[in-house]
Design a protein around this ligand. Structure first.
Ligand code: CP
Ligand code: NVA
Length: 304
C-alpha cells in the first residue's frame, strides 16, 4: 500500500479530517487530565528544519515525548543537507532509521522529492507554498468555538502566502468561503490554487473583505525566505493592518486568528491580537493536540 504523507492540506479527505479532529479532542482531553497516551511508544520522529521555528519544533517534539516516542532535531547548519547532500539520499537514510519525518523547508518541490524517496510518512512543517499543520490547528480551534466551519466566511487580510494557500485548500475540503484581500503586486499566484476552487472571492479593500466574516485572520507581511523584500513590503502593505475598525465590519462573534509570530502595529493592532476576539494562544496550543493526532494517524492508521 502507498505510504500516506501530509504534504499539503488537500492530502486528506473530509472523512479523514473528521477522524483526526475527533482524535485531537480525545488527545487534548487526556493531556489536560494528565492521562498517559502512549500510542507512539518506541517510535521516532525526525524533524528537519531549514528555517527557524518555535511552535512547530516545540509541538512536534513535546507531542512525540507525550506519546511515548522520541523526536530528533536536525537543521541545515549541522546536518549534511547544508553541505549539499541530495534530499533524495537524505530521505532514503532517514526513513530507514525512523518511523515518521517532519520537514520545514523552502520550495514545495523539495518536500515532494523527499517524500517520493521516503519509506515512512512525511509531514509538511511549512514550505513557501503550504502550512497545513497550522491551518489544521486553526480549523480545529474554530470548530471548538463554534461547532462547525462549514458555510462560514473566513477573511484573509494580507500576503498571498503559505497560510493563505492552505486556507484555500481547507475551504474546499470543509465547505467554507475565504474573502481574500492582498495588496497590488502581492496577489494570489493562480498556480497555487486548484483550478476549480470556487471557495474564495477577491476584495481590493481589506475592510470589505472583513464584512460579515466569522473569522478574520492574517499573517506576517514578510515570510521566511523573503527578507530581502521587507522594506518594499512595509510600503505596499500600508492599510492592510487588522485593526478594530476592520474587526467591527465582521460578525459580532467573529474570532481573530494569527499563526504567530506576530508584529503588533504592522499586520495586526495590539488591541485586536490582545483583545477579546483573539484566540491566538489557543491556536498555538492546538498545534500540539492536532499534530499528535496527525502523527498517530500517519503511523498507525485508524484505531476504530
Ligand atoms: N506558526 C508557526 O509555525 O510558528 P513557528 O514558526 O514558531 O514554528
Ligand atoms: N508565513 C509565515 C508563517 C510563519 C509561521 C512564514 O512562512 O514565515
Amino acid at each position: 500500500m502507498a505510504i500516506k504523507h501530509y504534504l499539503q492540506f488537500s492530502d486528506f479527505t473530509l472523512d479523514e479530517y473528521e477522524y483526526v479532529i475527533e482524535r485531537s479532542r480525545v488527545i487534548k482531553r487526556k493531556f489536560k487530565n494528565y492521562e498517559p497516551h502512549h500510542t507512539l511508544a518506541d517510535r521516532t520522529l525526525v524533524m528537519v528544519f531549514e528555517k527557524n521555528s518555535t511552535r512547530t519544533r516545540l509541538s512536534f517534539e513535546a507531542g512525540m515525548h507525550q506519546m511515548g516516542g522520541a523526536a530528533i532535531y536536525l537543521n541545515t547548519r549541522d546536518s549534511q543537507l547544508g553541505r549539499g547532500e541530495p534530499v533524495e539520499d537524505a530521505a532514503q537514510v532517514m526513513s530507514r532509521m525512523c518511523d515518521v519525518i517532519m520537514i520545514r523547508t523552502y520550495g514545495q518541490e523539495i518536500i515532494e522529492r523527499f517524500a517520493k524517496h521516503s519509506r515512512v510518512p512525511v509531514i509538511n512543517g511549512l514550505t513557501n507554498e503550504q502550512h497545513p499543520c497550522q491551518v489544521l490547528a486553526d480549523v480545529f480551534t474554530y470548530i471548538e468555538h463554534h461547532g462547525s466551519i462549514q458555510g462560514k466566511i473566513v477573511a484573509w487580510v494580507g500576503d498571498a502566502n503559505n497560510m493563505l494557500y492552505s486556507w484555500l485548500q481547507a475551504a474546499e475540503v470543509f465547505g467554507f468561503h475565504v474573502n481574500v484581500s492582498t495588496p497590488k503586486g502581492y496577489d494570489i499566484d493562480p498556480a497555487q490554487v486548484s483550478p476549480g476552487n470556487k471557495n474564495y472571492t477577491f476584495f481590493a479593500d481589506p475592510a470589505d473583505a472583513c464584512q460579515d466574516a466569522d473569522l478574520v485572520t492574517t499573517d506576517v507581511w514578510t515570510s521566511m525566505g523573503f527578507e530581502a523584500e521587507n522594506n518594499a513590503r512595509l510600503k505596499a502593505f500600508d492599510g492592510w493592518i487588522v485593526d478594530q475598525a476592520k474587526m467591527a465590519r465582521a460578525k459580532k462573534d467573529a474570532l481573530f486568528m494569527h499563526c504567530l509570530p506576530a508584529h503588533r502595529g504592522e499586520e495586526v493592532a495590539a488591541e485586536v491580537i490582545d483583545g477579546p476576539q483573539s484566540v491566538v494562544w489557543e491556536e498555538a496550543e492546538n498545534r500540539l493536540h492536532v499534530q499528535k493526532a496527525l502523527l498517530e494517524y500517519l503511523v498507525h492508521g485508524r484505531f476504530d
